[in-house]
Design a protein around this ligand. Structure first.
Ligand SMILES: *[C@@H]1O[C@H](CO)[C@@H](O)[C@H](O)[C@H]1NC(C)=O
Ligand SMILES: *[C@@H]1O[C@H](CO)[C@@H](O)[C@H](O)[C@H]1NC(C)=O
Ligand SMILES: *[C@@H]1O[C@H](CO)[C@@H](O)[C@H](O)[C@H]1NC(C)=O
Ligand SMILES: *[C@@H]1O[C@H](CO)[C@@H](O)[C@H](O)[C@H]1NC(C)=O
Length: 465
């Protein structure tokens, strides 16, 4: 509490943003530790798969992950003291795991962060509230005024100022651009912490272990750690596993939240309420399942978990991000003017590195070969740090068909060739509730992954690094 007031003072010294009015809300601490249950269903055929999804849909259960490729599974989370699951679902074989919701330890004060050193800082020992994320950005800009430009990307649905950082070393050379985006889904905390870690690593003195400073000789980095600030605040104050934004939507304004990662203007669809496993116009779709498909074409219920908005770019935050990309790199015919060559959408969980497309499994980007070569190398590089394996493939193959995805938009409309979604640790033991001790190791292995990608791309373009 004291630290958030302190951060607020620090922050308001720089900008009179309306962030403040939100951060002064009283923090409703969750009870010290509670358990939810994460169940993994491993269906053995498509009918089985669909049965689990149908029950989940009917009872509005919280699906944490669906994997369709090598390890096909559906993870369903039940919060503490929720109603018992339907017996039809419990009858389907599954494994059970405990998810602890731990009350975060008291926040360290910004004056104790010691951001001068990546190695010795206390900052990466904890997850941080939105106010502290903003303070971290301001603090890095204060420590490295020659390298950090604070990006003001526009306001969120609840009028928070969305911040990012452009990190570049002073030089008159033309640089390539590399964008790193934190999680659009608010509950994916480790993706936010990793974006912050990467920013710090880029600014750390090259003599420090894990410094990424050398990349700045060739690249400018654009880092947006918390692109869904309203949702992120909500995960701290009210519901740890909220994932949409907090925009008021639907007829009569009775629902809250758009799934930002279904709201991008690339093959956007209004009925993406449900994973489009077989809701397909592909010629090879499974005929047995056709009869079951018809009711899935209806527009999504605005209150549903998967609500894609009633039009593309309806989410204020998605619109702001798209405007920024357009401003620096152009879209459509003018795309590429800003020299941005790489875009990594940090997410959790699943340890997967995914290339376009998301909207269709049977269409390959024209750059697929180069994209996959870079991706395989990046996965190996990341694994070399702590042995963490990453599965690689297209987003559609690794998950399921989902239209309106950021990766498709950035690749196709903004013409950024090396566009990926990086799903960080783990594979479902902790899920979104990754302990804070993992912030650094995940940051380090992701740093090595980013470093590999940056060097691969520079080499392709004949730039020595
Ligand atoms: C989950 O944790 C609770 C409380 O610590 C414990 O009673 C229960 O047996 C655990 N369940 C599993 C599946 O580990
Ligand atoms: C980190 O702390 C160690 C031990 O006190 C010290 O030797 C080292 O110089 C510090 N690193 C930086 C970059 O300050
Ligand atoms: C960039 O060029 C200007 C004008 O030639 C020069 O004064 C300045 O020192 C250069 N900056 C760097 C970082 O090289
Ligand atoms: C980085 O560290 C080296 C060795 O400790 C030191 O000489 C140099 O001045 C530092 N550079 C910056 C920019 O702080």
């Amino acid at each position: 509490m004291f630290s958030s007031i302190l951060c607020f003072l620090l922050w308001s010294a720089i900008s009179a943003s309306r962030v403040a009015s939100h951060e002064q809300q009283v923090f409703h601490a969750p009870t010290p530790e509670t358990h939810g249950i994460l169940r993994r269903f491993i269906p053995n055929d498509l009918n089985h798969f669909e049965e689990v999804l149908d029950i989940a849909k009917e009872h509005d259960l919280d699906i944490w992950q669906i994997g369709t490729e090598s390890s096909s599974h559906i993870d369903i989370y039940s919060p503490p003291s929720s109603r018992p699951l339907p017996s039809a679902l419990l009858a389907i074989p599954h494994s059970v795991g405990n998810i602890s919701i731990v009350n975060p330890s008291a926040a360290l004060l910004p004056e104790d962060w010691n951001l001068n050193s990546l190695e010795n800082t206390t900052f990466h020992m904890q997850y941080h509230r939105q106010s502290e994320v903003d303070s971290f950005i301001v603090e890095l800009a204060r420590l490295h005024p020659e390298s950090v430009t604070i990006l003001q990307l526009g306001h969120s649905g609840e009028e928070r100022e969305m911040l990012g950082m452009k990190i570049s070393s002073p030089s008159n050379k033309t640089k390539l651009g590399f964008v790193v985006l934190g999680p659009q889904h608010a509950r994916e905390w480790v993706a936010t912490s990793t974006a912050l870690y990467l920013a710090h690593a880029l600014l750390a003195n090259a003599s420090e272990p894990n410094s990424l400073a050398s990349l700045l000789e060739v690249y400018d980095f654009h880092i947006i750690p918390s692109p869904n600030p309203d949702g992120y605040v909500y995960t701290w104050d009210v519901d740890r596993f909220w994932y949409k934004n907090r925009q008021i939507v639907g007829p009569g304004a009775k629902c809250i939240g758009i799934d930002m990662n279904r709201n991008w203007g690339s093959h956007w669809k209004p009925h993406a309420k449900y994973p489009l496993l077989w809701d397909s116009d592909d010629a090879d779709s499974d005929h047995d399942l056709k009869k079951k498909k018809k009711n899935k074409k209806e527009p999504a219920d605005p209150c549903s978990h998967w609500y894609p908005g009633h039009r593309a770019f309806e989410a204020a935050e998605v619109n702001n991000l798209a405007n920024y990309i357009t401003k620096v790199n152009g879209v459509g015919k003018g795309a590429g003017k800003g020299g941005i060559v790489a875009f990594v959408d940090l997410r959790s969980y699943g340890q997967m590195l995914a290339a376009p497309y998301s909207y269709k499994c049977d269409r390959m980007p024209k750059d697929a070969e180069d994209q996959m070569e870079a991706l395989l190398g990046a996965a190996q590089a990341a694994k070399s740090v702590y042995g963490t394996p990453f599965t690689t493939g297209t987003l559609c193959e690794l998950l399921y068909r989902a239209p309106g995805n950021i990766v498709d938009y950035i690749y196709k409309s903004a013409s950024i060739k090396y566009t990926y979604a990086a799903f960080l640790r783990d594979t479902g033991t902790y899920g979104f509730a990754i302990p804070p001790e993992w912030i650094r190791p995940v940051g380090e292995e992701t740093g090595v992954m980013i470093n590999y990608l940056a060097k691969f791309i520079a080499k392709q373009r004949g730039i020595p690094m």
